[in-house]
Structure formats: C-alpha cells, structure tokens
Ligand binder design. Sequence first.
Ligand SMILES: NC(=O)c1ccc[n+]([C@@H]2O[C@H](COP(=O)([O-])OP(=O)(O)OC[C@H]3O[C@@H](n4cnc5c(N)ncnc54)[C@H](O)[C@@H]3O)[C@@H](O)[C@H]2O)c1
Ligand SMILES: CC(C)[C@H](C(=O)O)[C@@H](O)C(=O)O
Ligand SMILES: [Mg+2]
Length: 347
Amino acid sequence: MEQLRLAVIAGDGIGPEVTLQARRAMRAALSDVELVETEYELGAAHYLETGEIVSDETLASLAQHDAILLGAVGGDPADPRLAGGIIERGLLLRLRFAFDHHVNLRPTKLHPKVASPLREPGEIDFVVVREGTEGPYVGNGGALRKGTAHEVANETSVNTAFGVERVVRFAFELAEQRRKHVTLVHKKNVLVHAGELWQRIVDSVAAEHPGVSVDYLHVDAATIFLVDRPSRFDVIVTDNLFGDILTDLAGAVGGGIGLAASGNLNPAGDFPSMFEPVHGSAPDIAGRGIADPTAAILSAALLLEHSGHPEAGKRIRDAVDADIDARDGANRTTSQIGDAIVASLTA
Ligand SMILES: NC(=O)c1ccc[n+]([C@@H]2O[C@H](COP(=O)([O-])OP(=O)(O)OC[C@H]3O[C@@H](n4cnc5c(N)ncnc54)[C@H](O)[C@@H]3O)[C@@H](O)[C@H]2O)c1
Ligand SMILES: CC(C)[C@H](C(=O)O)[C@@H](O)C(=O)O
Ligand SMILES: [Mg+2]
C-alpha cells in the first residue's frame, strides 16, 4: 500500500491538543494510503527539560519524511529562559530555512456561517503568499554599544532577486488558477531598496501573465482594505514580516485565528513541506481543552493536497464545512470539534 510518511511536531501549549485532532482527521480521510507517523519531541518544554532545540541529526531525520505537521512552538514570552525567541528562531525558523520553505501559503476564506468581526464582510476569499526565508527574519543585524544610552540596534532585511522572483512567480501561477489578480504589498515609499526590487520583479513577471491584473498597496493601506473591503483581494504577495502581520489580521477578519491554516512550502520538493496553524501555542488557554482545532485540521487538508492526496484533503474540507454549518453558537471543546469532524469523515 502507498505510504505517507508524516513527521509530527506537536510542540507546546495548545500544539499537542490541536495536532491530535488533525491527525485523527487525516487518518479518517485517507483511504488506501498508510499514514506512517513519527513524533518528534521538540519545542520550548523539550528545550527546558533537555537543553536541546533541534540537532542536525533530528533535522536529517525530519528530512526523510514526505511532510511535517506542526502544532505550535514557543512558551511564555515572559520566561527569561526563552528570551530572544530562542525557540521560535532556533526551531521554527531553522526548519523553514533548512528546508527552504520559501512559500508561506496562508489562505483566508470566510465560511458563510462564520461570524466575521466585520460589519459588511462581503466575500472573503484570498491567499497571502508570504515569502518565508528572507526579509528581516534572517537574523542579520546586531547591537552597537549595547546597554549604553547610545545603543544602536540594527535589524537588516535581506531581499535577494532570486528569493523574491521565485515567490512572485508562485503568486502569479496561483492567481492564474484563481480570480487572476495579484496585489503586491510592501512599503516602497520608505523601504526603497527592497521595495524597488519587489516592484521591478512583480512588473517583469506580470508581463509573462497578461491575463492577471496587478496592483500595489503600501502595507499600512493594505490593513485598511483588509478590514474595509477584503473582497478586493485574490492573491497577496509580500515579504516575510508584512506577511506575518497581515495573516494574523486575515485570520481575525476570516472569523478567528482558530480557523487559519498555513503551509510552509518547498515547491520543488527538495525537502518536506511543513503545515501548521497560523496561531501560536496560546499559553493563555493551553491545557484547558478549549482551543479550536479547525486551523490545525485545515492545515492537515493543505498538507494532503500538497502531498499528492487532494481527494483526502477535500474530504477534510467538506467535513470542516459541515461542522461549521452545524455550529449553533454553543461552546465546544477541542475534542468535541475533532469528534464531529471525524464522525462526518467516517459516516
Ligand atoms: N507557528 C508557531 O509555532 C507560532 C506562531 C505564533 C506564535 N508562536 C508562539 O506562541 C506563543 C504565544 O504567542 P501569542 O500569544 O503571540 O499568539 P497565539 O496565536 O498563541 O495567541 C493569540 C491569541 O489567540 C488565541 N488563540 C490562538 N489559537 C487559538 C485557537 N486554536 N483557538 C482559540 N483561540 C486561539 C490565544 O488564546 C490568544 O488569546 C509565543 O511563544 C509565540 O512566539 C508560535
Ligand atoms: C513564531 C513566529 C516566529 C512566527 C513568524 O513570525 O513567522 C509566527 O508568528 C507565524 O506567523 O508563524
Ligand atoms: Mg505570526
């Protein structure tokens, strides 16, 4: 029987709670495919216990899989032992960089039965194509005269023609399959060197896609439109940091961060792609069994779609839609939502 070799990094906080439900949904959705799951103990809790963030051996072992499902990593931001985003950078970003996850795909689609906080949401169905391996995330910078009144802290954003072009190409190819509109979001009125590069590459790739319309928004204005008129968006292409911020906002306007899924893609398949909810480990609700697992379950759907099992991915989406249709406003636990989705998958 065909196998799907899945690495699971459940992580911290609500990560294990939501990935448990995503794994159940995947098992229920796949037929004629053996899901071979390997669990990796990684994250803030593991680091505090063992001192290990992620070793080269673990990276090599993760690389042997077809895909990675990640819950969330990171502990209490107030814990001094975790200062400087040691887990977020040392684990999550290390994985994204080591496995060349240059496309961070973050779709938002408002389900008709989900209450958006917007007064007149209209149709919300767009995808943020966030660059995943460059920008200010590369850790290029440093502090001069640290700790003095004259300290200077530099954080350099790295944007390469190679890196920008490949993600822009992905965005245009995606738009060709959707409503054929690409919006570049940047801040080229201030970040002139990077902005000019992004715009020039968008212009040149756009010339190869005459059927795709293109526009540009400064990131500050993009936040207005995401709230005022999200229906104007189809595919947004943007850098790593703007994409991070816009996709939490997108999650909120799309009915809640508990529904927002993502994929860190290595489109060439050199290394496994990694799928995770947009949200974090939510220390404020962890351990109470009340996190919404839908974002993790929809991330599992993305995983299946990008691992050669689109029908199984669609089955999960249909089951999530049915679950959302049936919601009556009552509070449900993480496992109750998982149970309902698995029940509809196995009905
Ligand atoms: N991909 C990741 O692993 C990832 C992503 C973001 C943040 N983090 C880390 O997670 C930790 C907490 O970060 P944060 O508080 O800024 O963001 P967060 O996304 O964890 O939480 C923000 C708010 O959203 C709520 N929330 C999140 N997911 C939810 C869900 N599934 N159901 C219901 N409510 C949900 C939380 O309760 C909280 O009120 C930090 O250590 C941060 O660095 C990790
Ligand atoms: C935890 C953090 C490093 C991460 C990011 O900034 O990419 C998170 O916010 C996300 O959106 O996946
Ligand atoms: Mg984020």
